[in-house]
Design a protein around this ligand. Structure first.
Ligand SMILES: [Zn+2]
Length: 184
């Protein structure tokens, strides 16, 4: 018995078998995502660091199929979510930040003729096989805001001057994401 979230398989096999994957995994199983969250939290004073941030769970569901109009193109439909611990870039206090992503992807080979299906984005595969976990992780990283902040002023503890201070804003997500973009 394999683990469908972690095994590398071709999208065609996943689609042909109608693979469905229910996800309930600790964030630490998503190494890049966890390292981004950790780097952000390490900007806090140690006594403010949420001790249980590693216990947060990534949840969701993925389903593979062949897309209706292009029956030979594997498609992925799914939703994933996680509530991470993050540092508010306005008041610099930790808070819980929900992230969610809906995936509607056509899994296409690199440089293949452009296929388009309404409502689906094309996901170019770097290799023949894919590890569903990597897709989930990428989607959640893309769902991160460039500057995480308390959603409402009432929970936010700090004056807004911080945000107007030139160069005074740390954006760990943005920095890490631009680094990752450079690597790709
Ligand atoms: Zn805040």
């Amino acid at each position: 018995m394999g683990n469908p979230l972690r095994d590398r398989r071709t999208p065609s096999k996943l689609a042909a078998s109608g693979q469905v994957i229910e996800i309930a995994e600790k964030i630490t199983n998503f190494e890049r995502l966890a390292s981004i969250v950790e780097a952000d939290l390490l900007t806090l004073d140690p006594d403010k660091l949420p001790s249980d941030w590693r216990d947060t769970v990534v949840a969701g569901r993925l389903g593979f199929s062949f897309s209706g109009t292009h029956s030979s193109v594997p498609a992925l439909h799914g939703e994933v979510e996680v509530t991470i611990d993050a540092v508010c870039q306005r008041c610099l206090e930790p808070f819980r930040l929900p992230l969610a992503a809906e995936l509607r992807l056509l899994l296409v080979e690199k440089n293949s003729d452009a296929v388009k299906v309404d409502g689906y984005e094309n996901w170019e595969l770097a290799e023949d096989k894919l590890r569903p976990l990597d897709l989930v992780e990428e989607a959640l990283i893309m769902a991160m805001p460039f500057a995480a902040m308390h959603a409402d002023d009432e929970s936010c503890n700090e004056p807004e001057e911080v945000i107007d201070e030139p160069g005074g804003i740390v954006q760990p997500f943005a920095t890490l994401r631009s680094q990752m973009d450079d690597e790709n």
